[in-house]
Design a protein around this ligand. Sequence first.
Ligand SMILES: NC(=O)c1ccc[n+]([C@@H]2O[C@H](COP(=O)([O-])OP(=O)(O)OC[C@H]3O[C@@H](n4cnc5c(N)ncnc54)[C@H](OP(=O)(O)O)[C@@H]3O)[C@@H](O)[C@H]2O)c1
Length: 326
Amino acid sequence: MRIMPLEKRGISGSRLALGCMGIGGSWDRSEPYTAEHIRQAEAAVEAALSAGITFFDHADIYTRGKAESVFGEILRRQPNLRGQIVIQSKVGIQLAEGDLPARFNFSKEHILPSVDGILERLGTDYLDILLLHRPDPLMEPDEIAEAFTRLKQSGKVRNFGVSNMNPGQIRFLQRSLPDPLVVNQLEMSLLRHDWIDHGIHVNQKAGLKNNFPDGLMELMQSEDIQIQAWGPLAQGRFSGRVYENASEAELKTAALVGQLAEQNDTTPEAIVLGWLMKHPAKIQPVIGTINPDRIAACRDAVRQSELMTREQWYTLLVSARGIHMP
Ligand SMILES: NC(=O)c1ccc[n+]([C@@H]2O[C@H](COP(=O)([O-])OP(=O)(O)OC[C@H]3O[C@@H](n4cnc5c(N)ncnc54)[C@H](OP(=O)(O)O)[C@@H]3O)[C@@H](O)[C@H]2O)c1
C-alpha cells in the first residue's frame, strides 16, 4: 500500500492536519487573545486528537502571532502533548504596516528572528517542519540555505518545505539547500480543482486559461514532496454552508456530496476530503475549522477515500467542473 511522502521520510503525522489560522480571535493588532480563545482552541485540539489528528499547521502571521501564542498556552498546560504531535509553521510574509504594503521576505535577517519568535510563542524548542509561505521574488537560494543550515544545526527546525510554489521555484531553491524540501502546500479542493484540470486539458482549448504550474503534481510525486491542501473543505461550500452566489455546478456538487454521505452513512465533510485523499499523491488536507463538531465530522475521511469508487470520484469531479471531460 502507498504511504504518505512524509512517512517515507520518517516524519510521523496523521493523514489529516489541523490548520490553526482560526485560532486566537481577530487579526486586529489591538485585540489581545482572551481566556475564551484559549478554551476554544483547547476544544479544537482535543477534538482533533480524538479524531486521530496529530499534525498542526501554523504560520507566524496567523491572527498576528496570536494563533501560535494560544497554542503555546495549551502546550504549557499539557507538557506531554508536544512529543505526541507534529508542529509545522511558516515564515516569509510580512503583513502591511503603516505605509508599507504586505510583502514577502526570505532574507536570513527575516527568517532567523521569525523562527525565534515562533518558538517563543509556541513555547517549544523545535519545529518539526518550517515552510516558506509564499514565493519572494527577491529570494536568494544560497542565503536561504545558510539560514536553514543554522536552524537545523541549532536544533530549532528539523525539516523544511515550501508553500504556493511552482516546479521552477522548487528546483531553484533545492539546488542550493542541504536537505530535501519535504512539503509544498497549495490550495486544492472540489472547488479549486485546477490542479486536475491542468492535466486533463493538455492540448485542449479549454486548458488555455488554466495557469496551474506545468509538471507540479508530477514533480511533487516523483520527488516525494508531501502535497498539503489548504482550503480543502472549500470553506464549507459542499458541506452545508449556503453561499448566495453559488453556481449551478456548486449546488449540484453539494447535493451529490450529500447523497453520497447518506449512502455511505457518513458526513459530507468526509466525502469532500475523501475525494481529495483518493488521489494517488496521498494529499494531506489541512482543515481550517476550529469547530469541534466539524472537526469530528472530518474523522471518516480516510475511510471514505478508500471506499470511494473511480466512478464516484469522476462523478464528483465532472459535477464540480461543470463541464464534461474532453
Ligand atoms: N499556505 C497558505 O498560503 C495557506 C492559505 C490559507 C490557509 N492555509 C492553511 O490551511 C488551513 C485551512 O484553510 P481554510 O480555512 O481556507 O480551509 P477550509 O478547511 O476549506 O475552511 C475552513 C473554514 O470554513 C468554515 N466552514 C467549513 N465548513 C463550514 C460549514 N459547513 N458551515 C460554515 N462554515 C464552514 C470554517 O468555519 P468553522 O471554524 O466555524 O468551522 C473555517 O472558517 C488554514 O487553517 C491554514 O492552516 C494556508
